[in-house]
Design a protein around this ligand. Structure first.
Ligand code: ADP
Ligand code: MG
Length: 316
């Protein structure tokens, strides 16, 4: 058996590649193309993410962790649109074909992909420095996609979950920093297993104005909404949702991590004040932590109670 056939078999045999019983996927892995029937009344949204070893995740990491996180970072964009996960393709560049490593990667991907109904329908495999590219696809009613350009002056600004944990975790997951096992476990999990916000995104899409996911740091990412919507924002640093674990560990730096740290994959959205009760109801019903952190204003960007630098993750 050729090397790449072996790889194809590993992915084809995975639970996440099983498309039986799905009306939308007519053909999955194994032919020249995958074939999909988008459900009536729905539109297709898609998004691509690339993760490079040593840049987006540490060298010599556990392949199960890499697989899980690769899917988590990518589905975060579906959540931010309010879309329902449907299927994905996988561009894999690997230095060597190690079946055990690949089985681990597939296992980690399947751990997240299978329960959310995200099927693997194809991909491509080449030799080179470890790089993982995912294109995820989702379905959404055409008029309900939550865009970055829909924020309105007077909206409240919210974020889900906790901010800053993942960025603070970096020296722990790279092994640069030794910490207690309790602290290690908490931050390792926050970095490698970001909680997806798909259900929250789908439930909130009808009540929000603008929505996006935070991948490069809140202070930097929210400016994409402000620019696209031609508005400004006033945030309050004292309202930022920060874990007691992070505050206890790094009391001085916690707010900076929350504002500028990347890889949180939480949702940031704006909504009219009249929706506050509805948002509280939705998020409580889903047990989705959600915090109001500021307000959309006509122009400018200020963070009350914070004087530091707000530059987030720089891609170049
Ligand atoms: P082709 O040469 O026709 O592009 P390939 O031999 O590259 O086909 O792939 C054969 C099948 O295996 C295709 O269905 C392709 O989508 C799938 N495949 C290849 N690599 C991957 C991968 N990394 N993940 C998922 N499916 C893959
Ligand atoms: Mg072909």
């Amino acid at each position: 058996m050729k090397e790449f056939e072996l790889i194809q078999n590993i992915f084809q045999a995975s639970v996440m590649a099983n498309t039986q019983g799905r009306g939308d996927i007519l053909l999955g892995i194994g032919d020249d193309c995958a074939q999909v029937q988008v459900p009536q009344g729905q539109s297709l949204v898609f998004s691509m993410d690339t993760l490079v070893e040593g840049r987006h995740f540490p060298f010599d990491a556990d392949p199960v962790d890499i697989g899980y996180r690769a899917v988590a970072t990518c589905v975060s964009d579906l959540a931010a649109m309010g879309a329902k996960p449907a299927f994905f393709t996988l561009g894999l560049t690997i230095p060597e074909s190690d079946p055990q490593w690949l089985a681990g990667l597939a296992q980690g991907m399947a751990e997240l992909a299978e329960p959310i109904g995200l099927a693997l329908v194809g991909g491509d495999t080449t030799k080179g420095p470890l790089t993982i590219t995912l294109q995820v696809h989702g379905y959404i009613e055409p008029e309900l996609a939550s865009l970055r350009s829909s924020a309105k002056v007077g909206d409240d600004i919210y974020v889900t979950g906790l901010l800053g944990n993942s960025a603070a975790a970096v020296p722990i997951v790279t092994g640069e920093l030794q910490v207690t096992s309790e602290r290690f476990d908490y931050f390792y999990e926050r970095y490698w297993r970001p909680q997806h916000r798909l259900i929250g995104g789908m439930a909130l899409k009808r009540v929000v104005h603008a929505m996006m996911d935070i991948s490069d740091g809140l202070a930097q990412d929210i400016q994409h909404i402000l620019k696209a919507s031609c508005v400004g924002a006033q945030l309050d640093a004292n309202l930022l949702p920060i874990s007691p674990e992070l505050i206890q560990w790094q009391p001085e730096a916690a707010v900076t991590f929350a504002l500028t740290g990347g890889d949180d994959y939480e949702l940031c959205f704006t909504a009219p004040k009249e929706q506050a009760t509805e948002i509280a109801l939705i998020t409580q019903t889903l047990s989705l932590p959600c915090t109001k952190i500021g307000e959309v204003v006509a122009k400018g960007f200020t963070i009350q109670g914070y004087n530091g630098d707000i530059t987030g993750w720089q891609h170049f």
